[in-house]
Structure formats: C-alpha cells, structure tokens
Design a protein. Structure first.
Length: 299
C-alpha cells in the first residue's frame, strides 16, 4: 500500500515544529500535512499546528510503488511520459494502491508533478513538470491555451465528414446520477472540439478520429462524441445506466459483459500529441504507441 504510517521523534514540541524538524520542510508545508489529516498522536488526529505532541507521533506518508513507465521526452524542466490506461494521474485517497505519482516521484522526486490530468482509462502522453518553476509555467500555459493537445478516439458508427462540437457543459445536477458525469446545459461552460476522420473499419462499424480540444473541460471529448451519437467505444460512463456504471467502476463486471455493453474492454481514447513553445523553443511530441493496433485488439 502506498500510504503508510511512519513514526516521528521530537516529543513534547508543537505539531508544526515536529514536522519541520523531522521532514526538513517549511511551516506552510507542515500546515498542509495537518490540514490533510496526516498527523496523529497516540492514535488521535492532530488538527492544530500549535498542539503540543506528547506520546507516539505518527505521520501518514505516500510510499512509491513504481512499476515502470515509458519516457517519451525529457529535459531539465519537464518530461513527457506514456500513461497506461487504467492508471490514475494522481492518487485519489488513502485506498489508492498505485498512481502515476509512484513513477514520477520515484524518478524525479516529490517536487515533480503532472502538469495536467488524463482520465483513468485514457492512455497516452502526459506532461510532467519537474520543479516548482516549471509547474507555474505550464499551469499558466494551459490556462492561456498555449498547449495544443490532440487525441485519437475509436468511436461507434461511420462518420462521413469532419465536424466540430461547440456547446456548454457542466457537471450533472441530478444527485441520483453518477456524480462525475458531465452534461450539456445552457448555463454551463463553453467547450469546443474539432474532429477529423482518419479511418473507417467496416468490420467493427467504427471510425478512428483525430480529436482537437480547444478548451479543457472534464470529459470534454467523451461527452461531445456521445452528444453527436458516436460515443467512444469502451466508455464506461456515457450511454450506460447507473447500475451498469457502478458495476464497471467497482470492478464487478466481467470483461465479456463490458464489451457487450460498451463495445470494448477499455475506453478507446489516447492522448496522441502535445505541441507548445517553452523557453523560446518549439516542442512537438507524438506518442510512440501503435495505438490503432492496440485499439482494435481491445474490441
């Protein structure tokens, strides 16, 4: 398990002092750990930074559990790696056994982090900022839409013309629905994606698309394609009912049954290309995966 408890020394001091002295961190970083409910004394949660700690002091920490990852490009400021499908970009709680952070922190240390996120089942290129300065740079660049992203998606049905989708979208407001699902709504945020036809596979009645999102909304490509009735094959969220979705998310649906409901074993969406200018140099990074072949193998 990546999350484990370690014992700290410096008994009899304030909570923030214990953390600062044991971990060699700033008072702000110590406060963050307390706010995240990571610090305990004699089994009781420590909630105040000035609390005097006397007893057994324990801290919940994340221990890396690397399995190996493919590095596509790197320099002193950032790296671009291939995220496998089924892997979280970032740990989502103490029950998370593995995420991309296991690889990133193992290779580049705890200061490195993903500069953007991909859905768990989306594979492909993801950008990693190696230090705080590059984190700030890339966050600003994504906000200003200075980083171009391209995806490949294998979708249901035959599409005969290139098209675009320009709609407003937001999280569903129906509390009986799956809380992470997005919907098209008039009061939502603007979202725009262009789609280009690459190939049609008549034996599967499926079309391979190049997807170019110009905004970065959650599930944007997935929702846009579902909206035009060409859902991405393998999508476990859109086009299914709540019971089916929960069974997939809880890993209670057999692979054969998932193919029957979704059309594929996994979401057939891949982060294919990243283009941007950084420190007066242009970068155009393309995924090395033979994703067309991989997609067809998952059907």
């Amino acid at each position: 398990m990546p999350y484990t408890k370690i014992k700290l020394s410096n008994n009899g001091k304030k909570a923030f002092q214990v953390l600062m002295e044991n971990l060699k961190i700033s008072i702000n970083e110590a406060q963050k750990l307390i706010d995240k409910k990571r610090l305990f004394c004699d089994g009781n949660l420590v909630t105040q930074k000035n609390q005097i700690l006397k007893g057994i002091i324990e801290l919940i920490v994340y221990e890396n559990n690397p399995k190996g990852v493919e590095i596509v490009f790197e320099n002193e400021d950032f790296s671009i790696i291939e995220k496998p499908s089924g892997v979280l970009s970032h740990p989502n709680g103490r029950n998370c056994e593995y995420s991309l952070c296991d690889e990133i922190w193992h290779i580049w240390g705890k200061e490195a982090c993903v500069a953007h996120r991909l859905d768990k089942e989306t594979s492909g290129l993801i950008l990693v900022a190696k230090h705080k300065n590059s984190q700030i740079d890339f966050k600003t660049m994504f906000e200003k839409k200075e980083i171009q992203k391209e995806y490949l998606a294998l979708v249901q049905g035959q599409i005969n013309e290139n098209f675009s989708v320009n709609v407003k979208m937001d999280l569903v407001k129906d509390y009986d629905d799956i809380k992470t699902r997005m919907c098209i709504c008039e009061k939502g945020k603007n979202s725009f994606t262009e789609f280009e036809i690459l190939e049609f596979y008549p034996e599967f009645n499926a079309t391979l698309l190049l997807c170019k999102p110009f905004t970065g909304r959650q599930h944007q490509i997935r929702l846009h394609l579902f909206h035009v009735k060409h859902k991405i094959l393998g999508d476990p969220l859109y086009g299914l009912n709540k019971e089916q979705i929960e069974r997939i998310l809880d890993k209670k649906m057999e692979e054969k049954e998932r193919i029957e409901f979704c059309g594929a074993k996994r979401l057939l969406l891949h982060s294919y290309r990243l283009k941007f200018k950084y420190k007066n140099k242009f970068f155009d990074i393309i995924s090395k995966k033979n994703i067309k072949k991989e997609f067809l193998n998952f059907l």
